[in-house]
Design a binder for this molecule. Structure first.
Ligand code: URA
Length: 194
């Protein structure tokens, strides 16, 4: 199954209530053979309008940080924990994240990245429940994560994760912005080490 087919299938099967209020699904996007996958929280207004993840202000900041490490969007793959915009950009609810989880895991299984960059606490807590972004941002985490999806046990293809502050949370906060940029610059160094 191609990634496009995988997205279409999951969009049809997904019973997430966010689907009712969103304009359209926002599928993951980028290089299907990427070594690096970024996982954000949820689509916002611009993403809901275009159907593409991280195209708004947070996305522009993400693009800027990618160019700081000599990378382009085409080099990486970018997706979200939930594929539909929550009404008024509220946080996705736990049941909404659970409902979209099989989709996310199948998507990652297809790409088989070397490392996953977890943008913000929602993304972090999907793989590391109970961890706090302020404690673990910029630290390489190694863990074999397994999910039970329906009757199927799915093991994550990668072992390495790098949690970072979410660009939307950090871009207008001087100190957090600097921290995020410094953490982001570790990506190529870490990639060489693993
Ligand atoms: N914030 C996210 O977490 N994801 C997007 O796609 C856009 C903004």
């Amino acid at each position: 199954m191609t990634l496009e087919e995988l997205h279409q299938k999951n969009h049809e099967l997904c019973t997430c209530s966010l689907k009712e209020t969103a304009t359209q699904p926002v599928f993951g996007n980028g290089n299907e053979k990427a070594e690096i996958v970024f996982i954000g929280e949820a689509p916002g207004k611009d993403e809901d309008k275009t159907g593409v993840p991280f195209v708004g202000r947070a996305g522009q900041f993400l693009n800027e940080m990618l160019s700081m490490i000599q990378m382009k969007r085409e080099d990486v793959y970018i997706t979200n924990t939930v594929k539909y915009r929550p009404p008024n950009n509220r946080d996705p609810l736990p049941e909404e994240k659970i409902s979209c989880l099989p989709w996310l895991v199948e998507e990652l299984e297809c790409i088989k990245p070397k490392i996953i960059i977890l943008l913000g606490r929602h993304s972090l807590n999907t793989f590391f429940p109970g961890e706090s972004i302020s404690q673990v941002h910029g630290k390489l985490l190694k863990k074999k994560v397994h999910f039970v999806v329906g009757e199927k046990k799915i093991s994550m293809p990668n072992e390495y994760y790098l949690p970072l502050y979410h660009p939307a949370a950090a871009m207008y906060n001087g100190a957090l912005r600097e921290t995020l940029i410094e953490d982001f610059k570790k990506i190529p160094i870490i990639l060489k080490q693993i």
